[in-house]
Design a protein around this ligand. Structure first.
Ligand SMILES: Cc1cc2nc3c(=O)[nH]c(=O)nc-3n(C[C@H](O)[C@H](O)[C@H](O)COP(=O)(O)OP(=O)(O)OC[C@H]3O[C@@H](n4cnc5c(N)ncnc54)[C@H](O)[C@@H]3O)c2cc1C
Length: 288
């Protein structure tokens, strides 16, 4: 195995595009190193991105959003008061990943690019309308998070692509986000279902815009537009919430495994959607 530790993302992209055989990037390593040490997968080329310029920083963007470097650990996000205040749902999703030790390493980008359908931060990022900055030999491009997952364990990134950062938009006035998941144990398990909700209110407290995203209930994350539409124009009354839950459940296409059956996951998706929507509504300043 060849190990590289480039000081820029353009060098990382160059190394990746020229490499023969299998490649992995090393961000926090909480997926890559586990696979390597347990002989599940050893890449021919391992490119550590932690020393690449900008990889470890959380910065305010010119338009008032955030740029989170690809090697920023979940714990660093949780300790960033301003980020947490503006995007509590994204931060609480990252905060759920593993244990304190895992959070000291695990990144948003690794969570996304590992390709797990149950990745906790991904529904929260989709609900937040997050984008990622991808560097390749031909330059930089900005891609929606929703466009990255392809199938379990696979992404739509091409050979030579490396993710530089995650971009969160400016937090709109009277908006809020939330992420909830359900796991069979009290901690350190993978989601049976997860739900991210973002919504915005008008001056009367009526939902004027929303996004509802589900994890662990389909081969890839779901952006359930019909569930968002079910709460737009409402003050999240019971009927709207029940309607949203039914629509969210009907969008699911899960598997049965030892953590939960198809029926259980489908039911949970609706329950979590209702609860996450209520939290996001309160965070947006609404009262029920
Ligand atoms: C004990 C334990 C508990 C866990 N609990 C959870 C949990 O509760 N929820 C959850 O969602 N996950 C969990 N995980 C999985 C893991 O911690 C997360 O997926 C984590 O976010 C991965 O981030 P990382 O930075 O460690 O990724 P890495 O292991 O460094 O990389 C993961 C993948 O992303 C790719 N990658 C990394 N950086 C880039 C880049 N810049 N550009 C392109 N591709 C890149 C790598 O090639 C690799 O395929 C757990 C893991 C362990 C070991």
């Amino acid at each position: 195995m060849q190990y590289y530790s480039p000081d820029s993302f353009s060098s990382a992209a160059e190394i990746a595009s020229k490499a023969q055989g299998s490649i992995r990037f090393l961000a926090g390593g909480t997926d890559v190193l586990v696979q390597l040490r347990s002989d599940i997968f050893t890449p021919d080329t391992l490119i550590d991105i932690k020393k690449a310029e900008g990889a470890k920083s959380i910065e305010r963007t010119e338009d008032g959003g955030w740029r989170i470097g690809a090697a920023v650990a979940g714990a660093e996000m949780s300790e960033h008061a301003e980020l947490k205040n503006e995007w509590p749902g994204v931060v609480e999703a990252v905060d759920l990943i593993g244990s304190t030790q895992i959070q000291g390493r695990a990144t948003l980008v690794g969570n996304l690019c590992n390709g797990s359908p149950a990745a906790d931060s991904v529904p929260a990022l989709v609900a937040a309308d997050a984008r990622i900055v991808v560097q390749s030999l031909s330059g930089e491009r900005i891609v929606s998070v929703m466009d990255i997952p392809k199938s379990p364990g696979k992404t739509n990134l091409e050979k030579g692509d490396v993710v530089k950062a995650v971009l969160l938009p400016t937090r709109a006035e009277r908006s809020g986000d939330a992420y909830l998941r359900f796991i069979p144990r009290s901690e350190m398990d993978i989601a049976v279902a997860g739900c991210g909700v973002w919504l915005q209110l008008d001056e009367q407290g009526v939902v004027s815009a929303a996004r509802v995203s589900l994890g662990a209930v389909a081969p890839t994350v779901l952006d359930v537009d019909a569930a968002a539409k079910a709460i737009i124009g409402t003050k999240l009354d019971d009927a709207a919430l029940e309607n949203m839950a039914a629509v969210a459940s009907s969008a699911c296409n899960p598997i049965t495994d030892r953590r939960g059956t198809v029926e259980y996951r489908t039911h949970l998706a609706g329950v979590l959607a209702k609860r996450a929507a209520k939290i996001a509504y309160t965070r947006a300043g609404g009262s029920q």
